[in-house]
Write a protein that binds this ligand. Structure first.
Ligand SMILES: Nc1nc2c(ncn2[C@@H]2O[C@H](COP(=O)(O)OP(=O)(O)O)[C@@H](O)[C@H]2O)c(=O)[nH]1
Ligand SMILES: [Mg+2]
Length: 264
């Protein structure tokens, strides 16, 4: 067993990457790190190579074009599954996801507490009791809260923080998700994965985290990314409602799109 892999996607994170990798290695020394860089113009990929040369637990996946966070994660997941890593963690490079809180996610995934139910996917959540944000602009907070609420209503998800990017998956759970059907390029990828996790009948659990706005570098969020997410969530929502109605009308149940609701 290759153990825990922490996937860190990067695009122009030269000022943040070394610190984030060092903090992950300190917080969970047994975990390996995979930096997935989309040929950042600022040299983040070269810095990642230097970090990998200095520490055998750090590896780098270089992608030739920037085609979105979702595409980078999907390639990383395939890479990780081929090599037997388990569990597989998503963590931003910019310091927003505190590596010091990663043991909290991993402990919950492993359900070390005898009273906890097993989980397939643990989400580091801003919007459950105990979760919080620090220094986030009001408009980003509203976008995140509104986006999560919209995804909950449109898709019937139970997850409070549906757009969260701090996540830990069991490898077996990732294998049950039809990754070839996940094709959202931008940040809507997070909702897309949750939607597919629900379809696959996975158990999704949220643990509270503190999300800290980046101190260095710039966000890659843009209106096109928000629009892509909105259009897709609306489309999935309509499709699932339409499918459900068709299923109710048919004598023997049909599409089964409501199977395996997450118990977040
Ligand atoms: N490989 C890759 N990483 C990306 C891409 N877009 C964003 N990222 C990384 O994904 C993480 C989250 O992006 P960020 O811009 O901080 O988004 P925000 O926190 O929503 O403002 C950061 O580590 C980024 O460097 C991309 O297209 N490719
Ligand atoms: Mg960020």
């Amino acid at each position: 067993m290759a153990g825990t892999l922490v996937v860190i996607p990067t695009y122009n994170e030269r000022e943040n990457l070394a610190d984030t990798v060092a903090r992950v290695r300190a917080a969970v020394p047994a975990a390996s790190v995979l930096v997935v860089d989309d040929s950042s113009p600022d040299g983040t990929g070269e810095l990642a190579d230097e970090l990998a040369a200095a520490d055998s637990a750090v590896q780098v996946l270089h992608r030739t074009t920037k085609d979105g966070l979702g595409a980078a994660y999907l390639e990383a997941f395939r890479w990780a599954l081929e090599r037997g890593y388990d569990p597989i963690v998503q963590l931003d490079a910019d310091g927003s996801h505190l590596p010091e809180q990663l043991p909290r996610l991993l402990d919950r995934l492993e359900a070390t507490d005898a009273t906890a139910s097993p989980a397939d996917l643990v989400i580091g959540s801003r919007w459950v009791p105990g979760g919080s944000i620090e220094n986030w602009p009001r408009r980003r907070e509203l976008l995140s809260r509104w986006g999560s609420a919209y995804a909950r209503v449109a898709l019937g998800l139970d997850t409070r923080d549906a757009t969260a990017g701090y996540r830990a998956f069991r490898a077996a759970a990732l294998r049950r998700i039809r990754l070839e059907d996940v094709n959202t390029r931008g940040y809507g990828f997070q909702v897309d994965m949750l939607w597919h996790a629900r379809e696959a009948g996975l158990t999704v659990v949220e643990v509270p985290v503190t999300f800290v706005e980046r101190a260095r570098g710039r966000s890659k969020m843009n209106p096109a990314i928000v629009l892509e997410a909105m259009v897709r969530v609306t489309g999935w929502g309509l499709r699932s409602r339409f499918g459900r109605r068709a299923a109710t009308q048919s004598a023997n149940g049909g599409s089964g799109s409501a199977a395996g609701r997450s118990r977040a």
